[in-house]
Design a protein around this ligand. Structure first.
Ligand code: LIP
Length: 275
């Protein structure tokens, strides 16, 4: 029998695929209308706005009582409110800087939270046809195939995702440099896609073992959280405690033990909670 969540999922997947066509159409050899947000490397394009618009219009027509948190609506002044009501959390293009540069690692990230917990997570990179999906309790999938985290438990053998972020604040840059310097002396390697959601997807896939970032927003991590945890991984605060999705701090890992080892080696950073 089809549940309400199954039908939300089917609808969400179809609108994400439609939005993916917009990205494919606009990504290559097109002049993009780009605006800066908080600084010169925090960007938004007309395509980000068009995709967010498409997702909100389609889903709110279908589900008039559902709520929305969307990156670009918040940038335009909408208040972030996560209540018990079904709430769609949208990053229309995660990896906007990549999109602007035609570097093919950007994605649509869409999650549905019910009672403040994730029920659906979808991450879709249309350029490389990478689709990561999860429904609560049903596992995580990459292009339809079930995926699992690596289960790596040893930081010394781990491949760690990290990001430079979209802030040029000196204390933030110093923190990125400090953590990079510490970790390259310990781990197997460090990688970065330029998209928080795709980094989380790499952990879910088992291609990377952990990812941390100071400076993410709820829309960057909402879909990835469910995809990672349904793949058997963990999400936590980079200090080792429980994740606070509004703290702009996150760490995902293939095991709790790896998350704790990574956390113990990080210099902490506490971004301004702008949500
Ligand atoms: C950005 C990311 C980037 C991450 C930033 C931000 P945007 O999202 O994907 O990798 O470092 O914290 O979340 O602005 O491209 O949607």
């Amino acid at each position: 029998m089809t549940s309400a969540i199954d039908s939300y999922y089917e609808k969400a997947l179809s609108v994400v695929k439609e939005a993916g066509k917009v990205i494919k159409n606009e990504q290559y050899n097109k002049t993009k209308a780009v605006d800066r947000k908080s600084c010169d490397i925090d960007l938004v394009t007309e395509t980000d706005k068009a995709i967010e618009d498409l997702l909100i219009k389609t889903l709110s027509k279908e589900y008039p009582d559902h709520k929305f948190i969307g990156e670009e609506s918040v940038a335009d002044g909408k208040k972030v409110e996560l209540t018990e009501a079904p709430t769609w959390i949208i990053d229309p293009i995660d990896g906007t800087l990549n999109f602007v540069h035609e570097f093919p690692h950007s994605c649509i990230s869409l999650a549905l939270f019910i009672n403040k917990e994730p029920s659906i997570g979808i991450i879709y990179n249309p350029s490389l046809e990478q689709l990561f999906t999860a429904q609560k309790g049903k596992g995580a999938f990459y292009n339809g195939n079930k995926i699992e985290v690596s289960k790596q438990c040893d930081l010394k053998k781990a491949l760690i995702m990290y990001e430079l972020g979209t802030s040029r604040d000196h204390s933030k840059i110093d923190n990125v440099k400090k953590n990079f310097e510490t970790l390259i002396g310990i781990v197997h390697g460090m990688r970065s896609t330029g998209s928080a959601a795709l980094n989380m997807a790499m952990v879910a896939l088992g291609g990377a073992d952990a990812y941390f970032e100071f400076g993410t927003h709820i829309w960057d991590i909402a879909a990835g959280e469910l995809i990672v945890t349904e793949a058997g991984g963990v999400i936590m605060d980079p200090s080792g405690g429980t994740i606070d999705r509004f703290s702009r701090r996150m760490l995902v890992a293939s095991s709790k033990s790896l998350g704790d080892q990574l956390s113990a080696n990080l210099t902490q950073f506490y971004p301004e909670p702008v949500d």
